[in-house]
Ligand binder design. Sequence first.
Ligand SMILES: NC(=O)c1ccc[n+]([C@@H]2O[C@H](COP(=O)([O-])OP(=O)(O)OC[C@H]3O[C@@H](n4cnc5c(N)ncnc54)[C@H](O)[C@@H]3O)[C@@H](O)[C@H]2O)c1
Length: 355
Amino acid sequence: MIRIALLGAGLIGREHAALIQAHPGTGLAAICDPSPAGKALADTLGVPHFADYAKALDATRPDGAIIALPNRLHEPAALACIERGIACLVEKPVADTVAAGMRIAQASEARGVPVLVGHHRRHSPDIRAAKKSIAAGELGDLVAVNGMTLFDKPDAYFQAEWRRQPGGGPLLINLIHDIDALRHLIGEIESVRAFTSSATRGFVVEDTASIAIRFRNGVLGSFVISDAAVSPWAWEYCSGQALYHPAQPGPCLFIAGRKAALSVSDMYLWRHASQDEHWQHPLLREHRPGDGSRTYVNQLDHFIAVIRREVEPLISARDGLATLAATLAIETAAREDRTVTLDEMLGQAAERAVA
Ligand SMILES: NC(=O)c1ccc[n+]([C@@H]2O[C@H](COP(=O)([O-])OP(=O)(O)OC[C@H]3O[C@@H](n4cnc5c(N)ncnc54)[C@H](O)[C@@H]3O)[C@@H](O)[C@H]2O)c1
């Protein structure tokens, strides 16, 4: 039995608690959350409760820890785990700044203690099937990618003041998942440009953005995101894998290569019948379905293997750091109306991490 401490028992922490309880190979070593709701959850589940995560780690010596704390606490909590040799799953984003994420990556690498970042989509059956198809060369050399995350958040969501201010919008809350999936499937991002608009909701923070991406392997991409538009085109619906949204099967990501195109999450591969065909010939449509597994269960299974040191984390702290840097690059590109490179974001952060 793998014993896992849960640091932070809020919205997503409670989901992790339920997943750990339901898994035959794991148990909760401790719940650490100073809120009355955190204590109540620990009491209900019959699990030791702590208000201080360092004390929880020292007292219970868990095999692993899940960090589902507010973003600014990801760094100190991850470092507390690493110092004690405890593998951790840090919810996304890896940290609240690139410099803090870099310090986590450096500590993880220096001490040889694995950190898995909670970009759950990489464990999703549709993204896994897409990765497999691309890696097998079914699409040929990739040329272009286009994606959408368009959904309508309720007005009540914006009652929290921070959600109306810079940082609380769809770029840093939602797009980071799409950027991680794009990096995983297509390759490392070289540079970005972006436009944002706050015209629909009228808040200071953006409600809509369009993004142009250049990948290091030469692929070009575009993406649009809005939290103020009604549509079924978002991974949350299309995959049927999200925790809080209905399943609305369909496509939200379109990947095109020299040999074929693939739409995700409906997983249709479009190709010519023979190599000499072109745009005047009908395309064949084939299905490349996922394996029917569940994303968050897959993530926990993977974390167990990481804790046992059987596999390297699918998303290391350094990998999660690049996803954060690319997402912040988009925010900078829109704000300053210019092209921003990933090297620029990571270079600035390296200076700050040392300072
Ligand atoms: N991967 C996903 O699907 C997903 C979904 C939602 C949130 N998240 C991420 O998970 C993290 C938590 O988000 P949330 O929505 O659950 O937030 P939340 O505010 O609902 O929960 C955070 C919890 O941390 C507790 N907490 C605060 N300070 C603490 C401390 N010092 N020690 C212990 N507990 C403390 C709070 O009492 C609260 O219960 C964020 O980083 C967020 O980005 C990921």
